[in-house]
Each structure stands twice: as structure tokens, then as C-alpha cells.
Design a protein around this ligand. Structure first.
Ligand code: FES
Length: 106
């Protein structure tokens, strides 16, 4: 699996997430309160709305456009369980964060 450097840990001192473009897909890197990181596609599966503009309650986000609900950590859509957001692999080495170029689940 190929990883590319995408961010620095220090960027998340005051951020919960950072949006990036990865091979034309909208992805966000999230930092949990416990300090762990994960990466998830952030285009809603309904009509591609940016889910980072939605309402978050923990790992659950509601799309502001038509209220589809997702678990942003697992990618699972809770409104239509036949669809899910793509997940990307992340690794932290020192102060650098690396992401897989392709989804780890598709
Ligand atoms: S675009 Fe997200 S629910 Fe319709």
C-alpha cells in the first residue's frame, strides 16, 4: 500500500478535521479527542454535498442537504445501509501524517 505525506500533527492542535483533495476525491483527516487519526471520504453519497458542513455529534454527522446520516469513523451510512463512505489508511511517523492514495475499503 502506497502512502503519501499529507499533513503535520501540529496542524490539528485546534482542528477536528482537515479537508484534502486526493486523486480528485474529497477526503478529510479527523482527529479524535484521544489523539488518534482517521481519514474518510466526505462527499455525501446522495448528491455529493460536503459532509464537513453538516452537524456532528461525536462520530455521527448529518448531511445538511437532505439529512442522510453517517458514522464518519466507519463510513457507514445510517440512513441507507447499502452505501458507505470510502475509508483511507493513515499512519503517523513522528510529526508527519501519511495517507494511502487509494481507499482501504471500496
Ligand atoms: S446531498 Fe447529502 S443527503 Fe442529499
Amino acid at each position: 500500500m502506497q502512502y503519501v505525506k499529507i499533513a503535520k500533527v501540529e496542524e490539528f492542535e485546534k482542528l477536528r478535521f482537515k479537508k484534502i483533495k486526493l486523486l480528485a476525491r474529497n477526503v478529510a483527516i479527523f482527529k479524535d479527542p484521544d489523539g488518534t487519526f482517521f481519514a474518510t471520504e466526505i462527499s455525501c453519497k446522495h448528491q455529493n454535498w460536503d459532509l464537513t458542513t453538516g452537524t456532528f455529534k461525536g462520530d455521527i454527522v448529518t448531511c445538511p442537504r437532505h439529512q442522510w446520516v453517517y458514522n464518519i469513523r466507519t463510513g457507514q451510512c445510517l440512513t441507507h445501509d447499502s452505501t458507505r463512505l470510502r475509508k483511507y489508511g493513515l499512519k503517523v511517523e513522528g510529526e508527519e501524517i501519511f495517507i494511502t492514495l487509494t481507499p482501504i475499503e471500496d
